[in-house]
Design a protein. Structure first.
Length: 420
């Protein structure tokens, strides 16, 4: 019995919402193994990992849709979302996160434990020294001394000084390598939300990518994001940090088995796609397939439109006018779920577009160098920091807990009011 037959049989077993996650895991394993071993013989290593992973979740979605009637599918999607699709719901400090914090293998849990535990101090230390040792450094203090390179000027920029030099509020996005899902989505989200960020006084914005200068310029040009290195009237400053040192100083996740120098970085990346060292990857990816009836992500439609204008495949989700405006979003025409804030398959379609016509098609131009691979950037995640430049107060902090689990800019907008 092959993997697809096995998955089809599983999909026809009546399921309660509580066992949905286990069902997905079984389907995931059966399809992924067969896809990975088949594809790895015919295409490049990176492409085989990406395609096998996407085939897995495309099959899962098809099985769910064909196995349940529309009402059951909607109910199952909602239950799955409540269980695991919203990565932000499981952020550190939330009740949901505390309930699942018994998972011992997550690098995020270990990082949080290391960050929040009390620092042991010598018995001979003074009272002042002991109190100072117990104070956890702020994000701004973590970045003190971290330097990146400006793509425009080729000069070094110290990140804590950069954040404090804004007239009002400043944002720093610590991205990943240029061909990575997280880096691509950060650029796409920043492009869409830039006017709304400016309305809230965020007038100084830095984007750091773990790549070389040409790769950084290639990526932002492909995604139509104006930066100081590619346009004369942009407020986004483009930086590079090929080895990812600034991100690690900020405390971003370093993925699965970062200290293992013997294991291939590509195999580590494949393990992360299934949650190893990146616990929120599966919820974030599954959420892209099942959608969300309550919380919208309007940047997705904009990013798909940019891709279609550049003739990226899939290129039939939207109908565009002569000037590029969106006339019809075909996901909104889906029965039962077309009225959801985020329709099923919409984000997954964008990610397929990103994977096929950005990451894989332009791999040579966007891939990390050998030196960067040795530094661990292939499995390093990203993060976001927003501060008040005048008071140095931290307004928003995010560290990606998985692949595709990047910061929700809608939450940033909610937490920072529009300036009068």
């Amino acid at each position: 019995m092959n993997a697809l037959h096995f998955s089809t049989l599983l999909s026809r077993v009546p399921l309660s919402p509580l066992c949905w996650e286990r069902h997905v895991s079984l389907v995931d394993a059966s399809i992924s193994l067969s896809s990975f071993f088949f594809l790895s013989r015919s295409v490049s290593t990176y492409s085989s990992y990406c395609i096998a992973y996407h085939v897995t979740y495309r099959c899962i979605t098809i099985l769910l849709i064909t196995s349940y009637n529309p009402m059951k599918f909607a109910a199952t999607s909602l239950a799955a979302h409540l269980l695991c699709s919203n990565a932000n719901a499981f952020s550190v400090g939330s009740a949901a996160f505390n309930k699942i914090s018994k998972i011992p293998t997550s690098r995020l849990h270990m990082a949080v434990a290391e960050e929040t535990r009390e620092v042991e101090t010598p018995i001979t230390s003074t009272k002042e020294e002991s109190q100072a040792a117990l104070v956890k450094p702020t994000s701004l203090q973590r970045l003190h001394g971290s330097k990146v390179t400006s793509v425009k000027s080729n000069g070094e920029v110290e990140l804590s000084d950069f954040l404090k030099s804004g007239d009002d509020k400043a944002m720093l996005i610590l991205g990943t390598y240029a061909a990575d899902f997280n880096a691509i989505e950060y650029v796409q989200r920043l492009r869409y939300y830039l006017p709304q960020l400016q309305e809230r006084g965020i007038t100084k914005i830095g984007l750091v990518l773990n790549c070389e200068a040409e790769a950084a310029k290639t990526l932002v040009n492909m995604l139509d994001l104006k930066t100081d290195a590619t346009s004369d009237d942009a407020i986004v400053e483009l930086f590079i940090d090929p080895k990812g040192e600034a991100g690690r100083a900020f405390g971003v996740g370093t993925g699965w088995r970062p200290e293992d120098e013997e294991m291939s970085p590509y195999f580590k990346l494949f393990g992360m796609l299934f949650g190893l060292g990146a616990w929120a990857t599966l919820p974030a990816v599954i959420g892209g397939y099942i959608g969300n009836p309550f919380f919208g992500q309007p940047w997705i439609e904009d990013a798909i439109a940019v891709g279609q204008k550049k003739d990226r495949w899939p290129n039939t989700a939207l109908e565009l006018g002569e000037s590029g405006e969106i006339k019809v979003n075909k996901f909104k025409e889906l029965p039962y779920v077309g009225g959801w804030e985020r329709r099923p398959l919409e984000l997954a379609t964008l990610r397929l577009q990103n994977m096929m016509d950005i990451s894989i098609k332009n791999w040579k131009e966007l891939a990390p160098t050998e030196e960067a691979l040795k530094a661990g950037v292939l499995t390093q995640l990203g993060g976001v920091l927003v501060i008040d430049s005048k008071t140095e107060k931290e307004l928003c902090r995010w560290r990606d807990p998985g692949i595709c689990a990047v910061s929700n800019f809608e939450d940033i907008l909610k937490n920072i009011p529009i300036k009068n």
